[in-house]
Design a protein around this ligand. Structure first.
Ligand code: XIL
Length: 376
């Protein structure tokens, strides 16, 4: 499992050197190779956009090449799993350990990176004492154990996290519940009534300066299950806004998949519908899934992934509501596609197994360079 591997790497890193603001990176020599590679963050920033990447605290140090690339390439950092409820409140109810999050936030600040918060509420990666039905599915449990976490966490990083995924993956039309909401523990605790509203109000109060996002997946392609999710999300957004819930942005995860067939018109209409509600958009977890055992030659596979990204981003970057793009990781060997989804050989990120830029990197660089300038 990715989390286990990562935890091990993190422990090794902690033993080798205490996590500190600099994380030793400032002193690390830039490889000649890194120096020549166009910087995605800088290219995006020149157009009033941003580019960032998901990372773990361990990746900032091990191996040094990846840490260097995260510094050079990504202007926004988001934690791949260490800023979820489970790792923070791992030890028991109310026992919140922010050490690792502090280290990530300090490193981001020390290196002039903006930090995306992911996430205040998710039905996955809950603490061991809460997951798999171990937390009572009652309003009291929400009030006593979940709501205080949201308030405490958002407040602690107020002014440091610039965008929060307040809720992650709350829609699931296939669950058949009113409003197409996911049948999650939080839904059951509150009888579906108002947990999303409350999460946003708590976050607003605790972190007045952060942009508050709803983040979700399965929104990108012209396939029926994605269409159901798009419709559901738009309806949810309309009702949240009508009730005065302070949602300000939509995170579209953007785990692309070459099996589906992208349709610019369908996706473009969805982006426009979000923008028409007055909301901003971030593409939060971009990568490309190739599928298991892709038989094609490597060069072709890299190019196919890059082409998928080109079609997708040409549509997205055209819209001023789209503020930025984050890839879910930077280098293939650490990809969620490989470690989390078990596609052992997937190629779908801007850097390859030898930390060399892929055609996807070239495509991202060209698209950022060619994007029309926008005000932030
Ligand atoms: C994944 C991480 O990549 C893994 O390391 C972790 O173990 C599980 O979560 N959608 C999300 C992300 O919103 O939080 C998920 O990240 C990938 C899917």
């Amino acid at each position: 499992m990715a989390a286990v591997t990562d935890r091990r790497a993190l422990l090794t890193a902690l033993a080798a050197a205490p996590l500190a603001a600099g994380l030793g990176l400032a002193a690390a020599p830039a490889s000649a190779q890194a120096a020549d590679v166009p910087r995605l963050g800088a290219l995006a920033a020149a157009k009033g956009l941003f580019y960032g990447a998901a990372l773990t605290s361990a990746q900032l140090q091990i191996p040094p090449e990846l840490g260097r690339l995260l510094l050079d390439q990504a202007d926004v950092w988001v934690a791949e799993w260490q800023m979820k409820w489970g790792p923070i409140e791992y030890d028991g109810p109310g026992l919140r350990n922010y050490k690792v999050v502090d280290a990530i936030a300090d490193a981001a600040a020390a290196h002039g990176k903006r930090l995306r918060g992911h996430t205040l509420l998710w039905h996955t990666q809950m603490p061991p004492w809460a997951k798999n039905g171990r937390i009572a599915e009652t309003r009291a449990a929400w009030d006593k154990q979940v709501a205080p976490f949201i308030a405490d966490y958002a407040g602690r990083y107020a002014g440091r996290v610039f965008q929060w995924d307040v809720v992650n993956e709350v829609i699931e039309p296939d669950d058949g519940l009113p409003g197409a909401l996911r049948n999650s523990p939080y839904y059951r605790m509150t009888k579906g009534s108002d947990y999303i509203d409350q999460a946003f109000h708590l976050a607003r109060e605790a972190a007045p300066d952060a942009k508050l996002y709803i983040n979700d997946y399965g929104l990108e392609y012209p396939v029926a299950w994605n269409e159901r999710r798009r419709v559901a999300l738009l309806k949810l957004l309309e009702s949240l806004l009508a009730r005065g819930v302070p949602v300000e942005g939509v995170g579209i995860q953007s785990h692309l998949d070459i099996a589906y067939g992208f349709d610019a018109a369908v996706f473009g209409r969805f982006l426009d519908a979000i923008a028409d509600l007055g909301l901003e958009i971030t593409l939060t977890e971009l990568d490309v899934r190739e599928g298991v055992d892709n038989p094609n030659p490597l060069a072709q596979r890299y190019q196919r992934a890059a082409d998928e990204v080109r079609a997708y981003l040409e549509t997205a970057l055209d819209r001023p509501a789209v503020k930025g793009v984050l890839t879910w990781g930077l280098c293939d060997p650490f990809s969620y596609m490989r470690l989390g989804l078990d596609i052992a050989d997937n190629r779908g990120l801007p850097f390859d197994d030898a930390f060399r830029p892929t055609p996807m990197h070239e495509t991202l660089a060209a698209l950022f360079a060619g994007a029309s300038p926008r005000s932030t």
